[in-house]
Design a protein around this ligand. Structure first.
Ligand SMILES: NC(=O)c1ccc[n+]([C@@H]2O[C@H](COP(=O)([O-])OP(=O)(O)OC[C@H]3O[C@@H](n4cnc5c(N)ncnc54)[C@H](OP(=O)(O)O)[C@@H]3O)[C@@H](O)[C@H]2O)c1
Length: 309
């Protein structure tokens, strides 16, 4: 899947597959990034919050030293919630860690503001132990700053992440630049079809995160995934990644294991029967109130997702 791309509303192309770097430990992530890029991956997804951008940058540098060109790799970073009133500073810190002079896409990681003057750079807490969040902040102010950093050329595109239909409907009427991307959790146990449909209508490309259900891949054992994998004689991972290709969305697969980074390049064409089965699984989970959202930091903020009110 490494040679497949989708068009962005900027006119650029975004690869269909990316390597995720969340929870990729120091001592592992540089090698994973170098391995992925030299073996064909053309998108690396990172974030300031992951605390490993310096090592991601080392991995990229090592791949560039082996002849991969900077302009052939699509590098993504995200402004963290303590920097949502200081977007340019957030981007500059990420660029410095990555050792790059631009990223290809910069995203608002989550639409909330954590105290920029709190007791921690990334996860400030109040004396009572609760997260230190500025609750009356309007997330649209961050977007105005994103539009300003886009004008500097330090990012080739801007977008959002973890935006529900409700938050998009608040943002889009005031946005001078329509986000190029909305990066959301997405897999058959959380299809978030209402967001996918709205984004498609507005020309916003979906990047799907946690395609395996995040750490440890809990979706590998879901019944329809196992059955469809057996039918095609491939692994459950291949089915979970192929689902996104069929949906026209970019997918991010995290691994620090060379054999898995290799395996995750494989996709199959799912047929109508497979897609019906996966959609029926999603519908059943929704009806039973059993959709599975694996990534939901305890911010204590209502982001407008129907499954998390
Ligand atoms: N925007 C956001 O708020 C947000 C939130 C979450 C994630 N993301 C992005 O999306 C990326 C992917 O999501 P994720 O990291 O949550 O989880 P994921 O990619 O769904 O799953 C990662 C887990 O699956 C394992 N794995 C990978 N390939 C495998 C294979 N072929 N067979 C068996 N196990 C396999 C990995 O193990 P090993 O690493 O040990 O091989 C790891 O434990 C993140 O890394 C990040 O870049 C963004």
């Amino acid at each position: 899947m490494t040679d497949r791309t989708f068009p962005l509303n900027t006119g650029a192309k975004i690869p269909a597959l990316g390597l995720g770097t969340w929870q990729s430990a120091p001592g592992e992530v540089a090698a994973a990034v170098e391995y992925a890029v030299t073996s064909g991956y053309r998108l690396i997804d990172g974030a300031y919050c992951y605390g490993n951008e310096e090592e991601v940058g080392q991995g990229l540098k090592a791949a560039f030293a082996k002849g991969i060109k900077r302009e052939d790799v699509f590098v993504v970073s995200k402004v963290w919630a303590t920097y949502n009133t200081r977007v340019e500073l957030g981007l500059e810190k990420s660029l410095k860690s990555l050792g790059l002079d631009y990223v290809d896409l910069f995203l608002v990681h989550w639409p909330l503001l954590m105290n920029p003057n709190g007791d921690d750079d990334r996860f400030p807490k109040l004396p009572n132990g609760e997260r230190d969040i500025i609750r009356d902040y309007d997330h649209r102010e961050t977007w105005t700053q994103m539009e300003a950093v886009f004008a500097t050329g330090k990012t080739k595109a801007i977008g959002v992440s973890n935006y529900s239909e409700k938050f998009l409907n608040e943002l889009l009427p005031v946005a001078k630049i329509v986000p190029a991307v909305n990066q959301i959790e997405n897999h058959p146990a959380l299809p978030q079809q209402e967001i996918v449909d709205l984004c498609r209508e507005k020309g916003i490309h979906i990047m799907a995160y946690s395609p395996f259900g995040s750490t440890g891949g809990p979706l590998f054992t879901a019944e329809p995934i196992v059955a469809i994998a057996a039918k095609h004689s491939v692994s459950p991972a291949t089915i979970l990644l192929s689902y996104h290709l069929a949906r026209g969305t970019t997918v991010l697969a995290k691994s620090v294991t060379a054999s898995r980074i290799e395996e995750n390049k494989k996709v199959v064409d799912l047929d109508a029967e497979d897609l019906d089965k996966l959609n029926a699984y999603s519908t059943k989970l929704e009806k039973e109130g059993k959709l599975q959202r694996f990534v939901y930091p305890p911010f204590g903020v209502n982001f407008g997702f129907p499954d998390k009110q």
